[in-house]
Design a protein around this ligand. Sequence first.
Ligand code: CA
Length: 238
Amino acid sequence: MPDVISSLTKPLVLVVEDEAALATMLRYNLEKQGYRVEEATDGQEALTRIAEAQPDLVLLDWMLPQMSGLEVCRQIRRRSATRDLPVIMVTARTDDQDAVRGLNTGADDYIAKPFSMDALLARIRALLRRSNSMPVKGQLTFHDITMDLASHRVQRNGRPVHLGPTEFRLLEFLMQHPRRVFSREELLDAVWGPDIHVEPRTVDVHIRRLRKSINATGELDVVRTVRAAGYALDTEPV
Ligand code: CA
């Protein structure tokens, strides 16, 4: 059964794709699932459409004329207004290293061409859920970190910390279970959802991004890597 999307809150997806046939197919299928769709055919147009239309999610082709999808993603992350905008990178490359490169520039997820529409829709739903859903309201605290779930604000030592939607959910989950060690698979189930197939090493990329945001220079690394086991939120030395 497809997720029911209220017509009042139909999410807007910006499809950035220079292949007209693929863009048309994506629009048709996304609209059928209840999403609103905007299109852009190159990177510059994408950045303009993002500023004007304020989409809820960007489906970003890697191989674009002039500016690559990677560069578009970097620029999205560089601007404060779009720093948290969910981005799924669409790539023709199946190389794992490329996928990791895409994630490192700030994409929240990636999907390789050719993909099934069902797989893409599952990833879109999961990412929108990560960026919107707040099952627990209130505040979480750990060491010198506070997380306000209602306002989506994170502070460390009084300093604001900006996190992407995936890093926010990851930190939220770890702060709900401090000092407990979770395997990559457990984190994937908890944060991405059990119906999503993601490579376990994707967790490593997001942990790296979380560390980069949460640990300022000279601050204690609160994310502990437990060799062969996984990760925990902890202040004990490794
Ligand atoms: Ca392309």
